[in-house]
Design a protein around this ligand. Structure first.
Ligand SMILES: [Zn+2]
Length: 147
C-alpha cells in the first residue's frame, strides 16, 4: 500500500485495502463510544500517508460543552502517536443517513489536511451498513480559518 503524492492538502488517495481498514477501525471505535446522554454513538478513523490508522469515538460529558467528537478524538490519537498527514477520514454514525463532521471538527481536520477525503458511513442498530457517502473536506469547509 504505497501512498501517492502527499502533503498538507490530504490529496493522497488511499488504496482500497486502506479504505477497508479505516472503515473497520471507525466501526470498531464506534462500539466504544461514550454517549450516555444523546445515545448518538460515533466512530471515526484517520488514514495517514504513512499507512497508519488512528481511531476515535465521541466522549460525552454531563456539561455537554465538554463533549469531544469522534473526529477530534481521532486527530488527538494521531498526534499522540507522532503521526501527521491524514488523507482519509471515515465517520460512522447511526442511520438512516450518513452524517458529516460538525463545524468544529471540520476546522480541526483542516489543520492537518485541508482537502482530505471524507467517507461517511451509516449503520443500523445491528451494525449493518445502510448508507454511505463521500465528500472532500475542502467542499464542506471552503474557507477554513488560517493564521
Ligand atoms: Zn465534531
Amino acid at each position: 500500500m504505497r501512498p501517492g503524492k502527499s502533503g498538507k492538502t490530504g490529496r493522497t488517495d488511499p488504496p482500497p485495502a486502506a479504505v477497508r481498514a479505516t472503515i473497520a477501525a471507525a466501526r470498531d471505535a464506534r462500539g466504544h463510544a461514550y454517549a450516555p446522554y444523546s445515545r448518538y454513538r460515533v466512530g471515526a478513523a484517520l488514514w495517514t500517508a504513512g499507512d497508519r490508522v488512528h481511531r476515535g469515538c465521541n466522549v460525552e460529558n454531563a456539561t455537554y460543552g465538554a463533549t469531544l467528537c469522534a473526529e477530534r478524538a481521532a486527530v488527538a490519537a494521531m498526534i499522540a502517536a507522532g503521526d501527521r498527514d491524514p488523507a482519509l477520514c471515515v465517520v460512522v454514525t447511526a442511520g438512516p443517513r450518513p452524517a458529516p463532521p460538525c463545524g468544529i471538527c471540520r476546522q480541526v481536520l483542516a489543520e492537518f489536511a485541508r482537502d482530505m477525503k471524507l467517507l461517511l458511513v451509516a449503520e443500523d442498530d445491528s451494525g449493518k451498513i445502510i448508507g454511505r457517502s463521500s465528500a472532500r473536506l475542502g467542499a464542506l469547509l471552503p474557507h477554513a480559518f488560517r493564521l
